[in-house]
Design a protein around this ligand. Structure first.
Ligand code: ADP
Ligand code: MG
Length: 252
């Protein structure tokens, strides 16, 4: 995959907070229509990397490109509209009901009511959310329902790219299991380019075409899950894989 045909690319990107380097010279590209999982321990820079990808943060050095266009202040809003983003914890506005949360950007862009309704209907079917729930406020929804609403909001404008920051992070195991299946179905049905953050290796293996393990702001290893399991790049990768107890990776 050449860089020019990648949907998203980072070139030598570096980012520090208060002189403390958080992302260190990261090079990566995401081929169109594929799902990449970012994994790594808490604090390794996963959310920061996602924010750099959609321009919420500017790199100190290096560049971020979306479909070959460098992300700069002038094209930020138009490029961001091509990226659906679900922040960690969902980020729904508490004072807006589910419908208002989902249609916020479409309303802002003055979409016709019929267009909004038909898009809402398609998204309800896709995410298996009951229509009645659209009138509820976030605090009146369960964790799983909130995640579905956050996903609908991210998909509303039919973006080419989806950036999902631990979209299933706070859910109990059974709901998480069901939503993982649904997410996988959604990725396959829509053919979007997806970057998904998770700290769970088995979730990454299940949902993504490729995984990228971050360690203190650097890429420790990128590849298929079987590469990380059977051909770990270094001792950290080996430890990270071993630490996910209870998983049998031997079938990979
Ligand atoms: P992860 O998502 O992998 O848990 P983050 O990307 O959120 O990690 O954070 C990486 C590091 O950068 C952490 O040490 C965090 O405290 C720090 N950090 C993140 N955002 C900011 C910020 N806006 N200001 C200062 N430090 C930050
Ligand atoms: Mg995070």
């Amino acid at each position: 995959m050449t860089r020019s045909s990648a949907t998203l690319s980072l070139l030598q990107v570096r980012k520090s907070f208060d002189e403390h380097p958080v992302i260190r010279d990261v090079d990566l590209d995401v081929p169109p229509g594929t799902t990449l999982a970012l994994i790594g321990p808490s604090g390794c820079g996963k959310s920061t990397l996602l924010r750099l990808m959609n321009g919420l943060l500017q790199p100190d050095r290096g560049k971020v490109q979306v479909k070959g266009e460098r992300l700069v202040a002038q094209n930020l809003l138009s490029l961001r509209r091509r990226m659906g983003y679900v922040i960690q914890e969902g980020g729904l506005f508490p004072h807006l009901d589910a419908r208002q949360n989902i249609t916020l950007m479409a309303d802002h862009l003055a979409w016709k009511p019929e267009r909004i309704e038909s898009r809402l209907l398609a998204l309800l079917q896709l995410t298996h959310l009951e229509t009645d729930l659209l009138q509820r406020f976030p605090f009146e929804l369960s964790g799983g329902q909130r995640q579905r609403v956050a996903l609908m909001r991210a998909l509303m404008l039919d973006p080419e790219i989806l950036l999902l920051d631990e979209p299933l992070g706070a859910l109990d195991p059974i709901i998480r299991f069901d939503l993982q299946k649904e997410l996988k179905g959604i990725f396959q049905a829509l053919g979007k380019t997806v970057v998904l953050v998770t700290h769970d290796l088995s979730e990454a293996a299940y949902l993504a075409d490729e995984v990228l393990l971050l360690h203190e702001g650097r890429i420790a290893q990128r590849g298929h899950m079987s590469d990380l399991v059977h051909r770990p790049a270094d001792a950290f990768v080996e430890r990270f894989v071993k630490a996910q107890r209870g998983h049998d990776w031997s079938a990979l």
